[in-house]
Design a protein around this ligand. Structure first.
Ligand code: NA7
Length: 544
């Protein structure tokens, strides 16, 4: 398996033996945390496995990688100077453009001096008598801190498929989440790609242009909408910069961390003609949420959702010339219950002579062989295989570290039947451990940067509250946690989300409990609840 060029020696510095806060991860969460902690005069170290900042945007370098939220909205709001001086180029920036932004932020706020790169955290244990965490790294270093923050992201523990024979294959293999920094030249190659989530949908059109031949192995088709990406115009940048404060406030109060018009009508109360005109507009808009927010009931009523589903199916059949391929590309689950994708020429790519779709529902993969992929009907030979097979989402990065709370309780054991958190921020039995955008918070159902800033601000206010009141530790009560988990489940049960076998449900990892992990009540509502908890003296937490 070819992985990123992350093979340099470890960070030559030795971290301090003791700090106020240890942070894991130098993505957008860890960077903002570090900046704010310095402003509070708290000492901190950040441990990061990569060689630089950027998190998701450091690792996911596959061809065609882009964010599916517009750049002017997918950016930090904490510094007005940063907002005003930064120049975004594209509406939906590429991975290199977003990584450049992260690097600019690291330089501008001088963050790197407290970040230990090429350093994976392996374990952390809580000492109840001292009320401190001891965090251990792969290099044998140990740092003790009052607070321990996992800023490890929702989609960072990448996943290879459970297919027999993976190591037998003789050609080159790549995972989209560990793409070589120097890039890959597929010119003249026969390439197979497994997986049609966002990473597959974005990379397939680009790889198809280079490879001699590309075979796509699809288990579940994605819903994909055209991104309509383009260069930003100077006038729209200027307009946003003039109105940023109001826009940021609207983001914070919105459902997805993106201001969108609030629908007033049910999809079922308008004529088919009117509905299709509205869907057509949403399709043209190049937006992930325009279609889902067109009517009040698309995420809650199967019948309403069926109308949007039929519209997208029609679009696929219009674009893809071969009727069987078009049929195979049409998803059968409700639109929006697995994260939809934004693409550039995805469906069009299946009209190319060098691209072939294999529907694994008809002919499942049996094994990987020395030469390629064997399905139930035949073997396919390749020069390279790309695994676009996603992540152990939302919990993988947390449970991959051996985190031990009170009485040696491991987080893996505590969460054996699914993640249990209060507000998606903290977990009973693990005092002073905070998660940024953890399971039970809006996280992946939102513009991540909006949710990251809200979590970091809330956690740091809590730490400040402890300090000002001479307190050492906080931990959610089991009752508050149970009630929150029930609330998250109840809200999910009003939606169609649990109807798809998505990574939000843990359905892509064999043996992982089926629990809908994100909070589906919306970013604005969630923020209110967090603020109420704080205003009531951190209701639901034991402060000691
Ligand atoms: P995803 O969305 O989890 O997609 C992974 C894809 O890989 C998906 O199509 C899976 O099919 C497929 N897969 C996984 N295991 C197998 C096996 N064993 N056989 C065949 N196919 C398999 O990950 P991405 O990286 O594309 O995107 C993650 C998020 O990043 C995305 O939602 C955006 O928020 C950004 P399945 O659906 O499980 O049947």
């Amino acid at each position: 398996m070819s992985v990123s060029s992350n093979n340099q020696s470890s960070d030559p510095r030795t971290p301090p033996a003791s700090v106020d806060v240890v942070v894991v991860g130098a993505g957008f969460s860890g960077m903002y945390l570090l900046h704010r902690l310095r402003g509070m005069n708290l000492s901190a170290v950040v441990f990061e496995a990569g060689t630089d900042v950027g998190g998701t945007w450091y690792w996911n370098r596959y061809p065609g990688a882009r964010v599916d939220v517009e750049s002017l909205a997918y950016s930090y709001s904490f510094s007005e100077e940063l907002e005003q001086e930064y120049e975004w180029e594209e509406r939906y920036p590429t991975q290199p453009e977003i990584l450049r932004y992260a690097q600019h932020v690291a330089d501008r706020f001088d963050l790197r001096r407290d970040i230990y790169f090429r350093t994976r955290v392996t374990a952390a244990a809580y000492d109840e008598d001292e009320a401190t965490w001891t965090v251990r790294t792969e290099h044998g270093d140990a740092v003790t801190a009052r607070f321990f923050v996992m800023a490890t992201g929702c989609l960072s523990a990448s996943k290879l498929p459970e297919i027999p024979g993976l190591s037998r294959y003789r050609g080159a293999t790549y995972h989209t989440a560990h793409w070589p920094h120097e890039g890959v030249d597929f010119t003249g190659m026969r390439v197979g790609i497994i997986g049609t989530g966002s990473s597959g949908v974005q990379s397939i059109p680009v790889i198809a242009e280079q490879a001699a031949d590309l075979t796509v192995f699809q288990r579940t088709p994605a819903y994909s909408l055209p991104a309509r990406n383009r260069k930003l115009r100077p006038d729209e940048i200027a307009e946003m910069k003039a109105n940023y404060r109001a826009f940021r406030q609207a983001q914070r109060e919105s459902g997805f961390g993106l201001p969108t018009p609030i629908p007033t009508k049910s999809a079922l109360e308008v004529s088919e003609e009117e509905r299709n005109a509205v869907y057509e507009q949403a399709w043209e808009a190049g937006s992930l949420v325009a279609i889902l927010t067109a009517y009040t009931d698309l995420t809650t009523s199967q019948e309403a959702n069926d109308t949007a589903k039929a519209f997208v199916h029609r679009k696929i059949h219009e674009i893809v010339k071969d009727p069987q391929t078009a049929q195979d590309l049409c998803p059968d689950y409700p639109l929006g219950t697995k994260r939809p994708c934004l693409d550039t020429n995805y469906y069009e790519t299946y009209n190319r002579d060098n691209v072939h779709l294999v529907n694994l529902r008809r002919t499942p993969i049996v094994e990987i062989t020395e030469r390629g992929v064997r399905c139930s009907d035949r073997e396919y030979e390749f020069d390279a295989i790309v695994y676009a097979t996603g992540f152990d989402a939302m919990t993988g990065a947390l449970t991959n570290v051996d985190i031990r709370g009170k009485d040696g309780l491991s987080i893996k054991e505590a969460w054996h039947a699914g993640p249990r958190t209060y507000l998606g921020i903290a977990s009973a039995g693990f005092p002073n451990l905070f998660m940024i955008t953890g399971p039970g918070s809006p996280s992946v159902l939102s513009n991540m940067i909006v949710s990251i800033e809200q979590h970091v601000d809330w956690v740091l206010d809590a730490i400040d509250h402890l300090g000002r009141n001479g307190l050492k530790a906080m931990e959610p009560t089991l009752e508050a946690q149970d009630a929150w988990v029930d609330h998250v489940n109840e809200i999910a049960s009003y939606t169609l989300y649990p109807k798809a076998n998505s990574w939000c449900m843990g359905a892509n990892v064999p043996g992982k409990p089926r629990v809908f992990m994100p909070y589906a009540g919306g970013v604005g509502e969630y923020r209110k609840k967090c603020d109420e908890v704080a205003a009531r003296g951190y209701e639901g937490f034991v402060l000691s």
